[in-house]
Design a protein. Structure first.
Lengths: 480, 480
């Protein structure tokens, strides 16, 4: 483990963070919201800390596996610490643990908030809050499609060959090239959504904030009532569409933009994801029709929005789904565990892994009936390596294990059974709103500080595919 | 698939069932409870049905894999159908689906009841109810230690070499010899517990019923308030001890009786099971002390009883744990999924599989840090075959998958979130009482008929290690 190189890279990333902290400054000046100084001071502190690390630890070594893991985990942690400064300096959030919760929730694209009232806060601070989502989403795309496949985490090895960019085995050039190509797609989709939302009557500032939060499947809104506040069928459907797109593997978008549209349909995970979205919408429509919504058009609008919002782990709301029938709530809780496609900005276990788990179970049963037959799990027409399958099964077991243990701890902080489980499901899966006392019209302010710390860890674990964080806890990781 | 042989064997088993239906007859005559005719008629019908199958389908073929699966699944189904007759004929239960629920709950050692009042029912019928547990437990011991290892189900292959009896590869002689040895242990433990309970003041009839229900980790009691009705510290501790013993792999008991006491401690699963029991008791004591129980002695008695009762999936009750702190309830819900040791009469996922899942996750993380190192999952000092590990991972994924889907269906029948999830956890894990509206002081009477059918299937799936039942749903299973 090369600590110098790790610290140097983290320094460079902090300097980058300082730059992004300047982005909301013009908005602050335009709105005269009084948060300019807070943003500038935060940027200055980040830049100084980053430059110190960067220039103090010079090294010529190449990036290897272990530094990869360390940089990834610590960059999310450092970003959440320095990214929390504008909230504290502007007086928006007074408590440091709350500020770190909100920022980690931003960078992990979770969207769980401790703010009880959002409207009336400084516009530039809310923009920064939405920007943390968007930056986190950028990080996740490159992490899941360029870094994790190399590190061999949780089955992401599957993407080694599929992702655009050179297939060089050295970590650095590949990461850079892949990142550039995919970020182009990400920026383009953000711009298109911003424009479309403005056509629906949103101003530029709100359109931008919501586009940031959509593409990152983040879910922070500028309104207390989330997307529901705009009360526009057009806006709901645009956001439904872009949430769906944000939940798709970004290399498919890249291929599509280069004219290979058919790749969508050829991709088994995409077909499965589309199927789940449509099936979940249909089930919600059936559960709600006549009971919650009289008009089928309204029902479809709200049901499709919520199914997509939860499945993609965005967490935007247009309805208080805790008023829906229990079976609808159960379905939403179920979707929280599935999540988006691998290589998207969505969280959860991921459609790919769920799909392969089902295929694995199917093959297991087949082998019981035909003990001498050889049958492998296949994705598309390609057999899935047994090591990859073992990673995925291990990931699933760990995900459930962490869910169980963390829910248990949350129950110890005084939450009821449903809230304890759902607060963990909603943070570990990077969704945001859950059920019970952390439902769609509630927030996380009431949770005890220790409980907030547990949920912060859940957000980090979930976002970084668990293994990336857990390896750091092993003593052998730190040995030379 | 040899249908003739399957039907012939099922016929033989039905004749055996007819014999067991006569067991409560002397009790019926002694108590004059009026259920003698109901028992005799049920025995007659079972014998006639069994003899018809047995003599109609003569065949000289040897038992093979597929008939093994079919006989196992259909024997539980047929036993639940014919075993329900005494409830119906005696007028104890008027509705056939309720009667089948109660009987399946008995034979699968689940102990979930649809009876709202137990005291006052004919003694011989309650004895039959307890006997279904005991017979189910006998079936499970031979199933898990002699049949499933041969069929290769859910990691039980691990036991191929460990189990007493000849190591012949042909299914029939091995099953018979293993069964005889292990049933000896089972009968002995039942007799000892019956005696010890009688020393605590129970009459022979109640002692026998509770011993049947303990050794099978079943949980049916002869009292409305379960074991709590006896209000005896001695009885509580005796039952705690025997529930614990019933949750241990019966081949360890067999070795111990032959003087190899140290095998308990050498067995990694046993150490883990003991550790979980002690840790869960300690956590419950901490959660309850001062809040629920003032005296530490009382606290220990009730906490140890409940921890053991739920972990071993017995489901006896001495306290209404829904009045305990939420964290205590959460812990109990968590224990429901773990269950007893493999090769015991306990249900759930089994300690062995949970242990191997943790080891697998550990190895996965190790391999991320040391990609070139070779490290296998080991149990004791023996490496676990990768096929076995894949079975276990597949089992876990299926268990969770079935839990999720069945809970979803239960939510559709009108249960609240907690009751929907916990009714499935408590039946799939063969525990009996859950939380919510199926808690320790409630019962399953209020569940809709369709919901009861779903839970009947859950009991069967859980008890037969899922795969055994699922193979029957594959068309290729039925082909020549
Ligand atoms: K989110
Ligand atoms: K039970």
């Amino acid at each position: 483990m090369n600590v110098r190189l790790t610290l140097r890279l983290l320094g460079a990333l902090l300097i980058f963070l300082a730059g992004t902290l300047l982005f909301p400054v013009p908005f602050s000046l335009y709105f005269g919201d009084g948060a300019t100084a807070a943003l500038l001071l935060s940027a200055l502190l980040s830049a100084v800390a980053g430059a110190t690390l960067f220039f103090l630890f010079r090294t010529e070594n190449e990036l290897s596996l272990r530094e990869g893991f360390a940089v990834v985990s610590f960059s999310w942690i450092l970003f959440s610490a320095f990214g929390a400064l504008p909230f504290l300096f502007s007086g928006t959030i007074s408590n440091p643990i709350d500020a770190v919760f909100e920022t980690m929730s931003g960078f992990t694209t979770t969207g769980a908030t401790i703010l009880t009232r959002i409207e009336g806060l400084p516009e530039s601070i809310l923009l920064w809050r939405a920007l943390t989502h968007w930056l986190g989403g950028m990080g996740i795309i490159v992490l899941s499609l360029a870094i994790l496949p190399m590190l061999g985490v949780g089955g992401m090895q599957l993407f080694k060959a599929e992702v655009p960019g050179p297939t060089a085995d050295r970590l650095k050039p590949r990461i850079q090239d892949t990142a550039k190509l995919l970020w182009g797609v990400y920026v383009l989709l953000t711009m298109v959504e911003t424009l479309l939302l403005m056509l629906g009557g949103m101003n530029f500032y709100e359109a931008l904030c919501h586009a940031f939060a959509t593409l990152a499947t983040g879910g922070f809104s500028t309104r207390n009532a989330s997307v529901g506040a705009f009360d526009s069928s057009y806006i709901d459907w645009i956001i439904t569409l872009f949430m769906f797109l944000a939940g798709v593997n970004f290399s498919l978008h890249y291929h599509a933009l280069r004219g290979r549209w058919r790749d969508f349909w050829k991709n088994e995970e995409f077909r499965c994801y589309l199927g789940i979205t449509l099936a979940a919408t249909l089930l919600l429509v059936i559960a709600n029709q006549g009971r919650i919504y009289g008009s089928l058009i309204d029902n479809l609008r709200y049901s499709a929005f919520q199914a997509t919002s939860i499945l993609t782990t965005t967490g935007f709301g247009t309805a208080d789904y805790e008023q829906w029938p229990v079976i609808a709530q159960y379905l939403l809780a179920f979707l929280m565990f599935i999540g988006g496609c691998a290589g998207s900005t969505g969280g959860g276990i991921k459609v790919l892994r769920i799909l392969l788990l089902f295929k694995h179970a199917h093959v297991q049963i087949f082998r019981l009936i035909h003990p001498r037959a050889v049958r492998l799990v296949k994705l598309g027409n390609v057999p899935v390596n047994r090591d990859v399958m073992q990673s995925i099964l291990g990931f699933f077991a760990l995900y459930i294990g962490i869910f169980v243990i963390a829910s248990f701890i949350m129950a110890g902080t005084g939450l009821d059974l449903v809230s304890a489980g759902m607060s963990v499901a909603a943070t570990l899966g990077n969704i945001g709103p859950g059920l019970g006392s952390v439902g769609p019209v509630d927030n996380y302010a009431h949770i005890a500080p220790f409980g907030k710390a547990v949920l912060i860890l859940c957000m980090l674990l979930g976002r970084l595919e668990i293994f990336t964080v857990l390896v750091l806890l092993f003593p052998t990781f730190w040995r030379k």
